[in-house]
Write a protein that binds this ligand. Structure first.
Ligand code: GLU
Length: 482
């Protein structure tokens, strides 16, 4: 048997980090088993689906390095893999199910359904519709002929239950006294999601349905439709949802939830992929940094946790830093340079590129995100420096600041050679002479030179900026203080 899995996002929002993890687990499972990963578009919610979201989902998957073997864009033996292109197929299945007696045309009016709901409430039971107003073949034919088609409902066997073994969650049983004879095709001929999803899974030969736990309550419906179609049921694996560090379901309150936000914030795809992979799955290694090869070699659904995983941003930042440091200096600056140009609003000159490339490894040693580079090299790329008000207020209001600025200016002006070592020696001499600690004595210099209390290492920054601009900035800051 060839493993065939699918990721079936609805293009009603940006790809969520939870969706990214679901896609990744499907992909890892397929790659581990040499199977097929299908990407389909569950776009039946026409009001909320947009092309922009669809494009975002594709771009986010590509950014994460998740490719698909069949499905939207790449095609395959099953058409376009878009549900909106398959309405005729869903109608045909509904008609087949009516013909076989597994489904029926229903005549319940909204008032009758409301009565069932009210009666159930009074009896403190669930308002389950059991098909009591199903239409006879003649009544249904008459309504179809009159252009007033009734909805189609699945006849849920009663009494009865649906039982299955979820690969992640174990044995699951749903008693049918809580399952409606649910609508599969509306009177306007559009399919209900459960029908579209199940028909797709059957038609595309899906062997394992790996998806979020939010869909678990719908799974008995999908199994009932699959059985009614006379098809074998796939194995189901429902993944726990992601929580924030406070134990509540991950939402915007906890930070960004869209994959694209992490791309834009300077995270590396490999780091995000690694982070998502171990959110609820352990490769059984001591290390949390796991190569893609190891993930593929070791991925197993049985090792996926059924407990909710915690999306811990601090851990993602740490992990991203690890990936940044594992890169070569060249890879790092290749990724950082375009961001610097965007920040600057223009292309870098050849000299400026050289300056940034020389400075980049010093930032790479500490950075958590790629987007930290541009603000830290800005001071090198303009004649004037813009000083962050917060940094100025924090550092320049001390009694030591004017002494440090004047002392640094004098010590540096006297230098014959403008090098990192000479600058360091001059400034350390200034600290000793003035009796200043490095913190009190060098922070004002840093803010005057780089505009910020957070910068690349100071001596290297001065060396890169050059004598003339450095002295001018020290003088300007001193004048502003005086
Ligand atoms: N379109 C559904 C969603 O986005 C997919 C559920 C499934 O995988 O069956 O939640």
């Amino acid at each position: 048997m060839t493993v065939r899995v699918r990721f079936a996002p609805s293009p009603t929002g940006y790809l969520h980090v939870g969706g990214g993890r679901t896609a990744l687990y499907n992909w890892l499972f397929a790659r581990h088993h040499g199977g097929v990963f299908v990407l389909r578009a569950d776009d039946t919610d026409i009001e909320r689906s947009t092309p922009e979201f669809q494009v975002d989902i594709l771009e986010s998957l590509e950014w994460l390095g998740i490719d698909w073997d069949e499905g939207i864009v790449v095609g395959g033996p099953h058409g376009t893999y878009r549900q909106t292109d398959r309405t005729a197929r869903y109608r045909a299945v509904a008609a087949d199910l009516v013909a076989s007696g597994a489904a029926y045309y229903d005549g319940a009016t909204p008032e009758q359904l409301e009565q069932i709901r009210v009666a159930a409430e009074a009896a403190e039971t669930s308002p389950v519709y059991d098909g009591r107003y199903r239409l006879s073949a003649e009544e249904a034919a008459a309504r179809l002929a009159a252009g007033n088609p009734p909805p189609v409902r699945l006849a849920v066997p009663r009494p009865g239950e649906t039982r299955f073994v979820d690969v992640v969650r174990g044995e699951i049983v749903f008693g049918h006294d809580n399952v409606d004879d649910f609508v599969i095709l509306r009177s306007d001929g559009t399919p209900i999601y459960h029908l579209a999803s199940t028909v797709d899974d059957v038609d595309y030969g899906i062997t394992h349905v790996i998806r979020g736990e939010d869909i678990l309550p719908s799974t008995p419906k999908h199994i009932l439709i699959t059985q009614a179609m006379g098809a074998p049921c796939p194995q189901y694996a429902h993944l726990s949802l992601l929580n924030g560090p406070d134990g509540k379901k991950l939402s915007k309150r906890h930070g960004d939830t869209a994959i694209r936000a992490y791309r834009d914030a300077g995270y590396l795809p490999a780091a995000v992929r690694n982070f998502l992979a171990i959110l609820g799955w352990s490769p059984g290694t001591d290390e949390e940094i796991v190569s893609l090869e190891t993930m593929i070699a070791r991925f197993e659904l049985g090792a996926v946790s059924r407990n909710p995983a915690v999306f811990d941003l601090a851990k993602l930042e740490w992990m991203n830093g690890q990936y940044l440091r594992a890169m070569s200096a060249q890879e790092f600056s290749d990724l950082a340079l375009p961001l610097v140009e965007t920040d600057l609003g223009r292309e870098l000159t050849a000299d400026e590129r050289g300056t940034v490339i020389a400075m980049a490894p010093l930032i790479q040693e500490r950075a958590k995100r790629l987007t930290e580079v541009a603000p830290q090299v800005r001071f090198l790329l303009n004649d004037e420096v813009t000083i962050e008000p917060g940094s100025w207020d924090k550092v320049m209001t001390t009694a030591e600041a004017p002494i440090a600025l004047a002392g640094a200016g004098a010590a540096l002006e006297a230098l014959a050679v403008w090098s990192v070592d000479a600058i360091e020696a001059a400034l350390r001499g200034m600290l000793a002479a003035a009796g200043l600690s490095a913190g009190k004595g060098l922070q004002p210099v840093r803010v005057a030179i780089t505009g910020s209390a957070v910068s690349p290492p100071l001596f290297e920054s001065l060396a890169a900026l050059g004598r003339e601009r450095s002295l001018a900035r020290l003088a300007a800051a001193a004048a502003r203080l005086a």
